[in-house]
Ligand binder design. Structure first.
Ligand code: 9MG
Length: 287
């Protein structure tokens, strides 16, 4: 049961390496933090190239916004946005993640060359587990209370850490029941998905308790509103230092993947933190 590596499609990462930096590549005209500037294939590809130069480890491609209040995108539109980007980046040398909860998009993305399925619904949609069960793709199962349209309407928990952990344990059971190996699974508490700032800070503080059987954790706090709240209402573009600090805090608490907008700053911070932790300057240079 205990796994030593994370299988991410064509790539395999040791679990004792420095945390991986997942760069966000939104192919959505209404993205809350980049103002839609990467909409369209060519702009997305330029952004991906820049992230690769900056040292990204995984590229997370998303066609549908999941910001609070956002509505779902028709399947055909999601496919039109993400498939050309996956096809163009397939041989870029980095694992490609697809941010989707739709089983049909999962299948098409895997056929086009995606290495990881990042599902904010935690593979709860009918047919989602069946779509990903075969093969070697990594699977990120995230916690969300309610759905993106309603999740920030007074989120409530008796015990946020216990409830999120129980949810993640349930998803692990469902994935294992479909024959999926532990080495393919990553778990995510879903910062900002049906949580107040205090819920998010509690989850971050207690992150080590959220893993299930030592499975790796992904943390996504980049530019999120909790950081805006901490900074007295700063807009997303003013949350970069806070995002980097949150990524390092998450790494310190055991996150194996941090999902971020600001790749260069996060890679530098994570490498520096890792070198300090390893007490070896050359640790920062390792991939
Ligand atoms: C798509 N997306 C937006 N925020 C996210 C987060 O925190 N985790 C994961 N896995 N995906 C996210």
């Amino acid at each position: 049961m205990f796994t030593q590596y994370f299988q991410c499609g064509r790539y395999r990462f040791a679990l004792d390496r420095r945390p991986l930096v997942m760069g966000i590549l939104n192919v959505t005209p209404d993205s809350f933090s980049d103002g839609g500037q990467h909409a369209g294939r060519d702009a997305a590809l330029r952004h991906a190239e820049r992230m690769i130069d900056e040292g990204v480890d995984i590229i997370d491609i998303g066609g549908e916004s999941s910001r609070p209040g956002s509505a779902s995108l028709p399947l055909s539109e999601e496919l039109d946005r993400v498939l050309p980007v996956i096809e163009a980046l397939r041989d870029c040398g980095k694992p490609l993640s697809i941010d989707t909860y739709k089983p049909d998009t999962m299948r098409a993305a895997l056929a086009a060359g995606a290495d990881l399925i990042n599902d904010i619904w935690g593979f709860r949609m009918p047919g989602a587990i069946e779509a990903v069960a075969g093969g070697q793709a990594g699977l990120c199962a995230m916690h969300m209370q309610r759905d993106p349209q309603t999740m920030q309407e007074a989120p409530h928990y008796q015990d946020v850490v216990g409830e999120v952990h129980a949810f993640l344990a349930d998803r692990v059971t469902a994935l294992r029941a479909a024959g999926i190996e532990d080495s393919r699974i990553v778990l995510d508490p879903g910062f900002g998905f049906g949580k107040t700032p205090d819920h998010n800070l509690r989850l971050l503080g207690e992150l080590p308790r959220l893993s299930v059987d030592g499975l790796p954790l992904l943390a996504g706090l980049s530019r999120k509103s909790t950081l805006g709240a901490i900074l007295g209402g700063r807009p997303p573009a003013g949350r970069i230092a806070a995002s980097v600090a949150a990524a390092v805090c998450a790494a310190e608490r055991g996150a194996y993947i941090v999902r971020v907008h600001d790749v260069a700053d996060t890679v530098n911070a994570i490498r520096t933190w890792w070198a300090i932790r390893q007490q070896r300057a050359d640790a920062a240079l390792q991939p």
